[in-house]
Write a new protein. Structure first.
Length: 298
């Protein structure tokens, strides 16, 4: 089974690498074409060819077909068909009459190319974003997860907890330890100094080298979540955090980002230095765990 898993993992990695290489190659070639077109101030394939001929001469010219016409032959054909001896004047009239059409062609020719480049860039960024960028931890770290309610670990930290435990770290969930403290009831105002002392005492008792909690907004704006951050901030400001203890907080995001699914990885990729991408099995496990908090499924 181990060899089969290794083989499947290798095939998946090879497929992803091939996809990334293909996108990079196509994107690079497209960007080169667009860049050269911009330098030559051209907007259509015909203009591009003319500019390349003017720059490099006939060294890049393909063999002429039997049905192709030179400029002089084209002028002579106009004189023959119209009876106008001044072919240059007739040609000028043709260009003047067709000018709006050419302008329209110039404006619309680049649009599909721009859309294609945008799609390629989006896919490329998505492939790089859909991967975990874990926080730097020593092997088999002892991690204290500071949360406010007994459903917070499932709602907000499931990908982090599963990734950490899968990597061999030990995770302690603080609300289980602190569940019966009367001074920290749900919805009440929590004293940051009291909570700070309790948290630091448990960091010492558990020999934790890492603490993970909410940021100042608390993801959902719940002030109990924010109190967890304030307690850690108080400990840090007062010099109560040991030097070998790292503190990480969960980044609060706008409401619209919570409902765009995996596309949010693009925004996390450029904003957060560390993040964990939930696999499909992690999402399924999170939903199963939420059934222990059925009242919160609304």
């Amino acid at each position: 089974m181990g060899d089969v898993n290794a083989l499947l993992s290798g095939a998946a990695f090879a497929g992803k690498a091939l996809g990334v290489a293909t996108i990079i190659t196509v994107s690079g070639f497209t960007c080169i074409i667009v860049g050269v077109s911009a330098l030559l101030h051209v907007n259509t394939p015909r203009q591009f060819g003319a500019a390349m001929k003017e720059t490099f001469g006939d060294s890049l010219r393909l063999p002429q077909s039997a049905n192709s016409q030179t400029f002089e032959e084209f002028i002579k054909s106009i004189e023959t068909k119209t009876g106008v001896t001044d072919g240059q004047e007739e040609l000028g009239n043709i260009h003047r009459h067709q000018l709006p059409h050419h302008i329209n062609t110039i404006n619309t020719t680049m649009l599909p190319l721009i859309i294609l480049i945008s799609i390629l860039v989006f896919v490329l960024l998505f492939l790089f974003a859909v991967r975990s960028y874990p926080i730097p931890l020593a092997p088999k770290s002892r991690i204290l997860l500071l949360i406010a309610h007994p459903d917070d670990e499932t709602m907000f930290f499931s990908p982090t907890i599963r990734a950490l435990t899968h990597a061999g770290h030990r995770v302690f969930v603080f609300d289980v330890i602190c569940l019966d403290y009367d001074e920290f009831r749900d919805g009440d105002t929590w004293d940051r100094n009291s909570l700070c002392q309790i948290v630091m005492r448990h960091v010492e008792v558990l020999s934790a080298d890492t603490v993970i909690s909410f940021d100042s907004y608390g993801v959902s704006g719940h002030h109990n979540h924010s109190s967890c951050f304030e307690a850690l901030q108080t400990a840090y400001s007062n010099g109560g955090v040991p030097r070998d203890v790292q503190i990480f907080v969960l980044d609060s995001i706008p409401l619209w980002r919570k409902y765009i699914g995996m596309s949010d990885a693009l925004f996390s990729f450029g904003r957060s230095p560390f993040f964990y991408m939930a696999r499909f099995r992690d999402v399924a496990a999170c939903w199963r765990a939420m059934w222990a908090h059925r009242s919160q499924l609304v």
